[in-house]
Design a binder for this molecule. Structure first.
Ligand SMILES: C[S@@+](CC[C@H](N)C(=O)[O-])C[C@H]1O[C@@H](n2cnc3c(N)ncnc32)[C@H](O)[C@@H]1O
Length: 188
């Protein structure tokens, strides 16, 4: 299977199509910093990435990754829950990436939660520019993952179709709870 069909790669393909040089974007779950690095490259010299995580360890890993590529000046690392993202944003953002679950290689007890994730999504939709995009990579294999997916589906299926288009990409024939991708486009 070409890598593009994997949810993580597909999320990046979508985001690439919606983000231009100079844009403001958000990584809602910094983790090991892979998506933050991807976004920092995408927004160019004049752009900015706000990167959130609850764990200092994740932000330090992200800082090291970005420093290694000389791109830390394009990123603000924020030790706070993504529910509060609007407190840090002046203006509108063109993309927000979520990669849910736990920090790979970290404490598996610290995971994204249904209520806070849905609240973050609500906050994100308010600061997303028309023509902007939110991607959410979902995992259901860990405890609480299925409940989080259900909460997100409940919220997303009720979004006004005049304002938003929501897609869900998933593999139908894999065992062991493969990840999937939710994509929300803000129409206007
Ligand atoms: C799967 S990891 C993200 C991986 C990351 N995108 C990457 O490219 O390496 C999920 C991260 O979400 C963080 N997290 C959990 N709840 C959060 C919250 N309420 N606000 C912000 N980050 C949160 C965890 O600490 C963890 O680092």
């Amino acid at each position: 299977m070409p890598a593009i069909y994997k949810p993580l790669s597909m999320a990046r393909e979508f985001v690439s199509a919606y983000v231009s040089h100079g844009d403001l974007v958000i990584d809602a779950t910094a983790g090991n910093g892979h998506d933050t690095l991807f976004l920092a490259r995408l927004v160019g010299e004049k752009g900015k990435v706000l990167s959130f995580d609850l764990q200092q360890e994740a932000l330090e890993k992200t800082r090291r990754r970005l420093k290694g590529e000389n791109l830390m000046h394009r990123v603000d690392l924020i030790l706070d829950s993504h529910e509060h993202m609007s407190h840090y944003v002046h203006g509108l953002v063109s993309a927000i990436m979520f990669n849910l679950g736990y920090l790979p290689g970290g404490d598996h007890a610290i995971i994204t939660r249904p209520e806070t994730t849905v609240n973050a999504l609500k906050a994100g939709l308010l600061i997303l520019r028309p023509g902007g995009i939110i991607t959410i990579v979902l995992y259901t294999g860990h405890e609480g993952g299925k409940e989080e997916k259900a909460a997100l589906f409940d919220f997303c299926t009720n979004l006004n179709q005049q304002q938003f288009t929501v897609f869900h990409y998933c593999v139908l024939n894999q065992v062991n709870d493969p990840p999937s991708l939710l994509v929300i486009e803000k129409i206007h």
